[in-house]
Design a protein around this ligand. Sequence first.
Ligand code: ADP
Ligand code: MG
Length: 416
Amino acid sequence: MERQTIAQRKGPPTIADGDRTAAEIVFDRATKTYPGQKRPAVNELSLTIGAGEICMLVGPSGGGKTTALKMINRLIDFEGGDITIDGQSVRGLDVTELRRGIGYVIQQIGLFPHMTVAANIGTVPRLMGWDKERIRARAHELIELVGLDPDVDGKRYPAQLSGGQRQRIGLARALAADPPVMLMDEPFGALDPITRDRLQQEFLALQARIRKTVVFVTHDIDEAIKMADRIAILREGGVLAQYDAPDRILAEPVDEFVAEFVGADRGLKRLSLRRLRDIEPIEAPAAKPGDNAQAARARVQRAGFATLVVTDDAGHPIGMLPVHRLAVERVPGEGLQPVEAVGTPDMPLRDALSLMLSQTGSHLVVVDEDGRLAGLVSADLISEALAAGARDAQGATANAVRDEAVEPAREPERTG
Ligand code: ADP
Ligand code: MG
C-alpha cells in the first residue's frame, strides 16, 4: 500500500478507522545558526526517525532540542542541510500545508481561554473547512480518546480544567486533523510527578493505537527511557552524541558525556525497561494438596530446591512447603507458608528484583496473565537476561540470546 505524503493528504480520516498514516522524518546534516551567534544551535544533525516511531530528543538545556524540533515544522528556518518528511523537503512544502500534517504540543499549551474545550479542539478542522457536524463528532471522539468526558468536559473552558486536563486537551487539539507527525516539546514538563506518569502511560497506550511519528523533546532521561523507541542525545552546540534504542544507550553509552547524562544507575534503569514476561522462568517444583507427597519431594530435590510451591486445581499458587513437611503421604492443603511475593508478567524487572530482595527466599514466584504459576525467577536469571540483551544490542543473533536466556543457573534456594 502506498503511503500518502503529508502534502498529498486531503480529507483527514476519522480516528476510528484504520486509515492513519505516519511519515518518516530524515534530518540530513541539518544546521541552524541564530543571527549574531558564532556557533550553530543545531550542528549537522543527521538522523532518521522511522514512520510510527517515538524519537525522544534529550540533552542538557541549551543543547538545541527545541530548535531541532521547530526546524521540522519550520517555526524556525535553517540554513544548512535538509529535513525531509516522507522524502519531501520541508523547505519545498507550503508552510500551511506542512503544519496541517504536523500536530504540535508544548508545555504551556496555549488553549484559547474564551473558547470551550470542544471549540479549541475544532480549531484546525474549522480552518480546513470541515462541516459543523464533522467537527463536533471529531471533538467528541478526541475528548474521549484522551480520557475526558465529551458531554461534561467538552463544554468547559480551559480555566476550569486542571493542568493535566489542559495537557490532554492540548494533545487532542494537536491530533484533531489526524496528522501523521506529532511534535511535542516537554509537554508534561509542568505537571506534578504523578500526573506526569499517568499522562506518559496514557500517551504510550494511545500511541500503540494511532502510531504517529512522534518527535518528543525532554531534558528528563527517565522520561526518554520510558517513552522512546529511539533516543537522540544532543550535547552542547547541537551535536548528536548518540542515537539508539534506550537499552543500547544504557548498555553501551558511546562516551563519557552520554554515560554521565544517562546516570551512574544506568544498570538499574535497564531493569525498568524489561518486564518479567521477557524472561523465561525456571520450572517451579509444584504440587496440589492431596498429591503424592513423596513424588513431590523428589521433584523439589531433583530441582535442587528446598521448598515446594503448592497450587490449587487451577494452578494458582496458594502456599509454600519446606521439604521436611513432605515426610507424609499426601501433600497437605493446610498449614502452608504464605507466598511472600508474586511476580506478574507486566512487572518491570526492577520491581521484581526489589521484591526478591525483600523476601526470604532467593527465587521469586512468577505467575502468568491468569495468575497461574509460571515458574521461578532468580537474580542470576535477571542478570543473565540483561547480559544477553546487551549482546543482542551489539548484534548477536536473536537465537543466541534466547539460548542464553533459557539456560538458568539452578542454584538451590538458600532459605525456606
Ligand atoms: P534546548 O531546547 O535544548 O534547551 P534551544 O534549542 O532552546 O535548546 O537552544 C539552543 C541554543 O540556541 C541555546 O544556546 C539558546 O540560547 C540558543 N537560542 C535559542 N533560541 C534562540 C533565539 N531565538 N535567538 C538566539 N539564540 C537562540
Ligand atoms: Mg527547549
